[in-house]
Design a protein around this ligand. Structure first.
Ligand SMILES: [Zn+2]
Length: 234
């Protein structure tokens, strides 16, 4: 019942909600962002998807991004902030979900400048908590179909025949950046900025921590509870 309240208020434009999902690689940010976006009809801005778009269209920006990724570096702030500003400008509502940004305190400060400029706000920062060992297990056990690109997982989304895609019978493979070496690297980069980011949003009074080691359904339930509790208080 409570959830309908939020849904109706959002549809009627009576309630504005903007959410940032953040957490380690493999914590399920993208999954939760899509679920939220679908349920509440809130635009989902994923910097990862925006990068992929630039890369697959071979734009000048895409070439720069590809270069940074190949070197295992974070994409430079001016590139990410530029891409993000374009998306925020296009928004037809004040509701949005961000995933993949900000990754550093500097980016959080840039985001604050942007939200002020476009008269937007950041209402919820959902921190998806997960241990390193769980991240390793999730990411290194991921498999992708070499042909249709569908996603599989050795434990959570097993194909019927080991190493073979159920959908098109092609072989499954591991993505190059899903190996334990690369994951360790990505975690290291993540830990460099996670605490300052958490502090930043704690001070803004919008940080909520959620256990991300539960199933995706359970995590989604817990997120909805947080959103609805605050909506009823308001
Ligand atoms: Zn396939």
């Amino acid at each position: 019942m409570m959830e309908w309240g939020l849904l109706l208020k959002l549809k009627a434009g009576e309630f504005v909600i903007s959410i940032i999902l953040f957490g380690a690689p493999g914590s399920g940010k993208g999954t939760q962002a899509s679920l939220l976006s679908k349920k509440y009809g809130i635009p989902h801005i994923s910097t990862g998807n925006l990068f992929s778009y630039e890369i697959s269209n071979n734009t000048p920006l895409g070439i720069k991004i590809k270069d940074s990724m190949a070197k295992g570096q974070l994409i430079s702030d001016d590139i990410v902030v530029g891409i993000l500003e374009n998306e925020l400008k296009k928004l037809k509502t004040k509701n949005f979900i961000l995933d993949g940004f900000p990754r550093t305190q500097q980016q959080a400060i840039s985001l604050k400048t942007l939200t002020t400029k476009y008269n937007l706000s950041i209402d919820y920062v959902l921190f998806l908590k997960i241990s390193d060992s769980a991240v390793m297990k999730r990411i290194t056990n991921r498999r992708v179909c070499s042909s249709c690109k569908s996603s599989w997982h050795i434990e959570y989304a097993k194909p019927k025949k080991e190493g073979i895609c159920d959908l098109c019978q092609s072989s499954l493979e591991q993505r190059k950046d899903d190996t334990s070496e690369v994951v360790k690297n990505r975690l290291e980069i993540y830990y460099k900025s996670v605490n300052t980011l958490k502090d930043f949003y704690k001070e803004e009074g919008v940080l909520h921590a959620i256990n991300a080691e539960d199933s995706a359904d359970q995590v989604f339930k817990n997120i909805n509870e947080i959103l609805n509790i605050d909506e009823n208080r308001a």
